[in-house]
Design a protein. Structure first.
Length: 370
């Protein structure tokens, strides 16, 4: 009996010691993880959402500071501000990284935004200059802190979800830069009719135009993308209909993006459509075409290292419709990286002829074939 009791007590002692070790390891693991926090926060960005004569170089600046705890050797800090629908880097002296002092404190200048983010990243991490969504912790990001700007901020309409051509889409909301200019996007300008066709509208008045945009909520990858568009040739010269796929990362000079753009870019006698890869200013990535009046199916077949753009008269390019234009790009073709389809109708504010009245376009169908 004595021997059995001693063995039980010894086993209990072993279990207690084991649990204490596990608890200590868990606490050490949790406490040793690096953290980043804000102290001083800059004011919230307060420009009117309808203001169009602003560029990203015009953003006002403010000061933020904070502290990093338990940073590992070589880790660095990257600051972002969210303004006009995107997170943009806040570089310091031309560099994307913010210095961390020996005591863990940091201080930096930022352009004003609705929100601010501080990312503690590994030495090899390459931070995007702009992104629609912040990265999560992992894959080179060691810690992350996000905080709203101080004070009142513009109240923007809430995005909405809708179904079109069997897919789920979400609308854009608030000011966003497109083609070098700022538009205000209103979810109310996007709807479907009783037949399921998609309607996009630009409405309002000069100085207060509201545009329309929606984005597919999933990524599709390589394959054929088709957009059946009713007569877009009637759009005003400074209205733009864009049919694109993009991953939401990067600037216009380095995006992984493919575009069909229907616009005359503010000039009445210009061609009225473009096939585009990015960067658009590289001659091999851009072809301007003319689309006659009528119903057309615009498509691109996206393959590894190759994309074939086509415009075909009628509702379907599988039934022998008349090919209006076709072009193959093999330069700078992106690979799938979480991209999504986006459809937008907006105002090109740099055009020779300003927009004068409301515009609407109808897209009968979107189709994807893997």
């Amino acid at each position: 009996m004595f021997r059995r009791t001693s063995m039980v007590e010894a086993w209990r002692a072993f279990l207690l010691a084991f649990l204490l070790v596990l608890d200590g390891c868990a606490r050490w693991s949790t406490n040793s993880a690096p953290t980043v926090a804000f102290g001083k926060v800059a004011s919230a960005y307060q420009e009117s959402p309808y203001k169009t004569d602003i560029t990203e170089r015009d953003y006002k600046t403010g000061i933020v500071d904070g502290r990093v705890n338990r940073a590992r050797p070589g880790q660095r800090l990257v600051l972002y501000a969210k303004t006009d629908g995107r997170w943009g880097q806040c570089p310091q002296s031309g560099q994307p990284f913010t210095n961390i002092e020996s005591d863990g404190r940091w201080k930096a200048s930022v352009h004003l935004g609705l929100q601010y983010a501080a990312l503690l990243v590994d030495p090899t991490y390459d931070p995007p200059e702009q992104t629609e969504s912040l990265p999560i912790v992992g894959n080179g990001v060691a810690a992350l802190a996000v905080l709203n700007g101080e004070g009142p901020a513009p109240v923007l309409p809430s995005p909405k979800i809708l179904k079109f051509s069997g897919y789920e889409w979400t609308t854009s909301s608030g000011p966003i830069f497109h083609a070098g200019g700022r538009n205000f996007f209103d979810p109310a300008k996007v709807c479907t009719d009783e037949r399921g066709a998609l309607h996009l509208r630009i409405s309002g008045s000069p100085g207060k135009w509201a545009a329309a945009e929606l984005k597919l909520t999933r990524s599709l990858g390589y394959g054929t993308y088709r957009f059946q568009v009713r007569d877009a040739s009637r759009l005003e010269p400074s209205a733009v209909l864009s049919l694109i796929t993009w991953d939401g990362v990067g600037t216009e000079s380095n995006r992984h993006e493919l575009d069909v753009e229907l616009s005359r870019w503010g000039y009445p006698e210009s061609t009225n459509a473009d096939y585009v890869g990015q960067p658009y200013y590289v001659p091999a990535n851009h072809v301007a075409i003319r689309v006659p009046t009528g119903l057309y199916t615009h498509s691109f077949l996206w393959e590894p290292g190759k994309v074939t753009f086509s415009t075909v008269a009628g509702s379907d390019d599988t039934t022998g419709g008349r090919v209006i234009n076709q072009h193959v790009f093999t330069s700078g073709v992106p690979s799938p990286e979480g991209e999504s389809v986006r459809i937008a109708l907006y105002v090109f504010h740099q055009g020779h002829i300003p927009l004068k009245s409301e515009n609407e376009v109808v897209i009968d169908k979107f189709e994807y074939l893997p």
